[in-house]
Design a protein around this ligand. Structure first.
Ligand code: ATP
Ligand code: MG
Length: 173
C-alpha cells in the first residue's frame, strides 16, 4: 500500500483544509518548533485507527479537534482523509470526529467499523502502531521495549501481524 495524499481539516493546528501530496520515496517534514510536524503524523496514525488519546497527546479524543486560538473560534469536527493505492487501485479512508458524537470511518464512501480500517492497514506494515511511524516520544519506547513488545514491533514491520488480526477476526465470527 502506498499513501499518496493526505487531506486534513479541523485536526489540531490544521484548522483550514490542507491537502498534502506524498511522493514515492522518503518524505521529510521540516519546519520550526510548534508548526505542526508531529500533528501531521498524528493525523495519519489517527486515521489508521489510533484510539489512544494519550498517544495523540490529549486527555480525550475530542482534543484532536481544533480548539481555537485568540483569533479563530474552535471547530466542531475534525476530518482526515488518506488516499492510498493498493494493488493498483485507489482507495480512500476517512475518519471524522464530531464533538459529542465520537468517531466515524468511511472506506471509499461506505460507512465502516474501526475494525475494517484496522484490517485494511493490518497487512500493509503500516497501521497506527507501525514502527514505520516513529514519533518523537516513541523512539524511547522502542529502545525500552520488553522482548515481547519488541517482537510484536518486528512482526508488524515484517507484515505478519495482520495475520493475527485476521485470525482473531475469524475466530469471533
Ligand atoms: P516540534 O518541532 O517542537 O516537535 P512540531 O512541529 O512537531 O514541533 P506540533 O507538536 O505538531 O509541532 O504542533 C504543536 C502545535 O499544535 C501547538 O502550537 C499547539 O497549540 C497546536 N495544537 C495542538 N492541538 C491543537 C488543537 N486541538 N487545536 C489547536 N491547536 C492545537
Ligand atoms: Mg514534534
Amino acid at each position: 500500500m502506498q499513501i499518496k495524499r493526505l487531506r486534513i481539516s479541523g485536526f489540531k493546528s490544521f484548522v483550514d483544509p490542507a491537502d498534502l501530496v506524498i511522493e514515492p520515496g522518503l518524505t521529510g517534514v521540516v519546519g520550526p518548533n510548534g508548526c505542526g510536524k508531529s500533528n501531521l503524523l498524528e493525523a495519519l496514525r489517527w486515521t489508521m485507527g489510533e484510539n489512544s488519546a494519550r498517544s495523540m497527546r490529549g486527555a480525550g479524543m475530542e482534543d484532536v479537534i481544533f480548539a481555537g486560538t485568540a483569533t479563530r473560534p474552535p471547530r466542531d469536527f475534525a476530518e482526515v482523509t488518506i488516499l492510498a493505492e493498493r494493488e493498483g487501485e485507489e482507495t480512500e479512508i476517512v475518519r471524522r470526529i464530531e464533538r459529542g458524537a465520537g468517531s466515524a470511518y468511511r472506506i471509499d464512501g461506505r460507512d465502516v467499523r474501526a475494525k475494517d480500517v484496522a484490517l485494511l492497514f493490518a497487512d500493509a506494515a503500516t497501521g497506527a502502531h507501525s514502527p514505520a511511524l516513529v514519533s518523537q516520544n516513541r523512539i524511547g519506547a522502542v529502545i525500552a521495549a520488553k522482548p515481547a513488545e519488541r517482537r510484536a514491533m518486528l512482526e508488524e514491520a515484517a507484515g505478519i501481524s495482520g495475520l493475527h488480526v485476521r485470525r482473531r477476526d475469524a475466530e469471533t465470527r
